[in-house]
Design a protein around this ligand. Structure first.
Ligand code: SF4
Length: 295
């Protein structure tokens, strides 16, 4: 994808100074029921904040999503989206990728990093799709995780977004936020997935995953969460882990729909188109500030 096609980052549109109130921390240990209620409220708030939450990898079919998800390890979705058009032009089907010359495939995916290991996985999984699954990506977790380079996280991304099967995707953002929200203390992604699955109905799993990841990428960052500008602050026991000064926190916000890492370059038909997405992003930036003021 040409760099020129990448939209410029929209400037934050805060209309008034953000005056975030400190979160109310529970005085006594929270019961499980109270935690579940608070968790579901966080999900509802995130749904309002990120109505356009969606998978940020470009894909047109399950095979493309599977390949893009394997490539997304240790790199940004934007980098993957810039790499996959050439890749899928040359290897559109599993049979094509299964027969790839490794060095040629490596050269195309080199910008995504770890390109030798990723090329090995892509060729391996393509061979397995060709030989064991009739050239189709299987729609079952048990089958997907047998493919080279495909773990539960990748399998859940594919199931949730290409097959409509509910799945919780525990990547680095999701795990970090689930712990900060007090949903679990587990570090192991599979244990985090199991704990979160107990809190939310299945029908919410896929969109919950997108919303939490959106929040992690935009506001609740790994090293410097923007607590002072976070609309979830009143519901978050980790308020104060990051910057609480509203003005300083506002400067930490990242809106990746503007062309920064994580932007989906080709929004699918069932998500807002480019113009709508831009309008949503602009409106959203004002909304974050307004919600923070309201609290
Ligand atoms: S930014 Fe701060 S208040 Fe908001 S969810 Fe993250 S840790 Fe909690």
């Amino acid at each position: 994808m040409a760099e020129s096609k990448v939209r410029k980052a929209a400037a934050p549109k805060a209309k008034s100074a953000v005056k975030a109130k400190p979160a109310v921390k529970p005085r006594k240990p929270e019961s499980h029921l109270a935690m579940v209620r608070r968790a579901r409220k966080i999900n509802r708030e995130l749904a309002e904040l990120y109505p356009y939450a969606h998978p940020e990898l470009d894909f047109d079919n399950p095979f493309e999503l599977l390949v893009a998800t394997v490539l997304s390890a240790q790199t940004t979705d934007l980098r993957v989206n810039q790499t996959t058009p050439a890749l899928f032009a040359k290897y559109p089907m599993p049979e094509d990728m299964a027969a790839a010359v490794p060095e040629e495939l490596e050269e195309i995916i080199r910008p995504t990093g770890f390109f030798r290991a990723k090329a090995k996985s892509l060729i391996g999984l393509s061979i397995a799709l060709r030989d064991d699954f009739g050239g189709e990506v299987p729609g079952r977790l048990a089958d997907l995780v047998t493919l080279p380079g495909v773990g539960r996280k990748t399998a859940n991304v594919v199931l949730g977004n290409a097959f409509g099967v509910p799945g919780i995707t525990v990547d680095t953002h999701f795990g970090r936020l689930a712990r900060r929200f007090g949903w679990t203390a587990e570090e192991d992604p599979e244990k985090v997935e199991a704990a979160v699955a107990e809190i939310f109905p299945k029908s919410e799993w896929t969109m919950l995953s997108h919303r939490v990841v959106f929040h992690g990428r935009r506001i609740c960052h790994s090293r410097k969460p923007a607590c002072g500008a976070c609309p979830i602050a009143p519901l978050c026991p980790s308020y104060g882990e990051g910057e609480t000064d509203p003005e300083k926190a506002k400067k930490l916000l990242k809106y990746e729909m503007g062309g920064q890492p994580g932007q989906r370059l080709r929004p699918p038909a069932d998500f807002p188109g480019e113009a709508a997405a831009r309008a949503d992003a602009d409106a959203h930036q004002g909304q974050v500030a307004d919600l923070a003021v309201a609290r």
